[in-house]
Design a protein around this ligand. Structure first.
Ligand code: ZN
Length: 285
């Protein structure tokens, strides 16, 4: 066999196994739900954590993870409550938070809400489906009065993206932060989609000011958290941001800062997607 043929086979096998792996990743995902109080649940699977309100008036969800998980999410909702899915709120446009929008609209007949820029960014994708777009958009926020709860959906400017919302269930004292919180991890800040480090810090501080020590905090990614976890997170961002800023002002190139690292204290915040190098590069930008 010629070398190029062997190479082609190796490449195609590689693609095949990586496709299989991608499908397997979702095939093995199990949705889990935890009751947080009143009508409110936190649902986890793969991708952004889902907030659920389930009660007499039906279902509302905050974010809907990846498209291949749509049926599993739908089945997990049925387990909480056999009822109509009335509303979906997208905390921002990323595919691990909006992937099941089309399914929830077409199959579950839900109405999708999001900040104006979520619709703009989803519509800008060449391969987008019309059904995945939010139907109702807002500029500053919107309040739902549903299942006996008051749910305040608030836009926070230029933080993780330019279309972030957080949702506060004031009656049961639960906050869903969207990706304004990665529990115990360096955050992803999507600067190319209008996010910024300064805006991110300001947004987290706004959220902290709204809650108390009893508040249950659903992070965009990670396990159920509280105010102290959110405070520790913003303290980390401020400390590492100040560190990188000072080195940059002193003329240190970004490669050298990456080489030197942020120090032992912050090692545990590094994870697969946002490791220390990527976090330093975000802060440097
Ligand atoms: Zn995100």
């Amino acid at each position: 066999m010629r070398k190029s043929t062997i190479a082609a086979i190796v490449v195609s096998c590689g693609l095949f196994t990586s496709n299989l792996f991608a499908q397997d990743r979702f095939a093995n995902v199990e949705m889990k739900s935890e009751h947080l109080g009143g009508s409110v649940y936190m649902m986890t699977g793969a991708g952004g954590n889902i907030g659920v309100s389930a009660g007499e008036e039906g279902l509302l969800i905050i974010d809907d993870q990846f498209e291949p998980l749509a049926e599993k999410i739908s089945a997990a909702l049925d387990e909480i409550l056999k009822g109509k899915l009335r509303y979906v709120i997208n905390t921002h446009y990323h595919g691990d938070h909006t992937g099941s929008n089309a399914y929830m609209r077409e199959v579950r007949d839900a109405t999708v809400f999001a900040h104006d820029n979520v619709r703009v960014r989803l519509a800008a994708k060449d391969d987008h489906k019309h059904a995945e777009l939010p139907v109702v958009t807002y500029e500053q926020g919107v309040t739902f009065h549903f299942n006996g709860e008051t749910m305040k959906v608030m836009h926070l400017a230029n933080a993780h993206t330019d279309g972030d919302s957080a949702v506060f269930f004031s009656d049961v004292n639960v906050l869903h932060t969207g990706d304004l919180f990665f529990k115990d991890w360096f955050p992803y800040i999507d600067i190319d989609a209008g996010g910024s480090v300064a805006g991110y810090i300001a947004a987290v501080e706004t959220l902290i000011a709204m809650i108390d020590d009893e508040t249950k905090v659903i992070p965009g990614h990670g396990t159920l958290a509280n105010k102290a976890d959110l405070q520790r997170f913003v303290d980390m961002i401020k400390a590492t941001s100040a560190q990188v800023k000072e080195l940059k002002i002193n003329g240190m190139p970004v490669e050298d800062i990456v080489e030197a690292g942020l120090g032992e204290e912050w090692q545990s915040w590094s994870w697969q997607f946002i490791n220390e190098e990527r976090w330093i590069k975000t802060l440097y930008r």
